[in-house]
Design a protein around this ligand. Sequence first.
Ligand SMILES: *Cc1c(COP(=O)(O)O)cnc(C)c1O
Length: 400
Amino acid sequence: MSEPRKQQAPGRDREGLKRAAFETVAVHAGGDPDVETGAVVPPIYAVSTYAQDSVGSPRSGYVYGRGSNPTRTRLEQRLAALEGGSFACAFSSGMAAEDAVFRALCRPGDEVLIPTDVYGGTYRLLDKVFSLWGLKYVPVSISDSNAVRLAIKPGVTRLIWCETPTNPLLNVADIRQLATVAHEAGTLLVVDNTFASPCLQQPLMLGADIAVHSTTKYIGGHSDVIGGATVTQSQDLDAAIRFHQNAAGAVPSPFDAWLVLRGSQTLAVRVNQQSDTALSLATEISKHPAVERVFYPGLDVHPGHQLASRQMRKYGGMISFTLAGGENAALQVCNSVKLFTLAESLGAVESLICHPLRMTHASAAGSSVAPPANLVRLSIGLEAFDDLASDLFVALDSVK
Ligand SMILES: *Cc1c(COP(=O)(O)O)cnc(C)c1O
């Protein structure tokens, strides 16, 4: 993780942090001590409106809490810095962030390209909400940049929606290539970077136009808050999204913004550890006779392994695998683990297990983007490898 030593030492100000390593940015960006009191931890500004000194002269730019809030501003500064971007908008959920992107950038008659195994909530939003407003979606194999290029309809395809690694099949897409494909065709590349987190990959640095996050997951990291965000280098894209942040108002509460701020400070240590444990677990699970196939980009049998090795700093904390014994075996594994918690969501300190088809991706069941019925998904937390491995192996042994 260490960056080459720079001539000038990093400081805690915005300019200084541009020279700092990711771990340092995660702790300090947007986190200066409170100007009034010196409090080391940012205050939670529980407030809806701000006094004006005279009509039209708000004291420091803050007017009304839907539009902006100082705790949220700090979070937006942190998120922008984590992605190597210039602007971020924080939302009350990852879906609210996605909703704002589609509203801001798409118009009736437009099409968006989505991964064939896109996150279930994204599929539902497009299929059940935006299709009613004339926005079409086209599933495409996002790991195949050429297939994406061929699926673009000039003047109609408004954006390419990319997840990498995908949820739940951990397919890897080439962000740099997709950005080129998108820009050659005059469209935009949006990357849902929830799975990798900016600790492992920074899509904007690879040419993507917008990074989207469910901060509920790795960035928050403690299963205690729902949140979302968009990050971009473009002032125009940010302004378009920010307009909807205020106009539709799906903003995080000051306390929620504070929780994400706090969680994000340990992002690097958590994700590094989770990635190491996941790589060891994926390797072990592959050897178990009850397991049909393991989906983890860190394994050299994974079709995206080479690309992931170039594009990501590590391979992340998410593992999926199919069971030779079919759906019943998958359900039994989910139901018999004791240390893993059976729950939706991912990216937190405790390890979770889920059956995507019946849980996270139930809204895609029966569709072309439905996950396999014998698939189990793991989110690796911060427990010790040995404890997680023995819990999982007892469950796997029971379906042998
Ligand atoms: C969870 C998730 C979302 C949605 O985020 P919420 O915070 O639950 O609204 C979007 N994309 C991916 C990849 C996710 O895992």
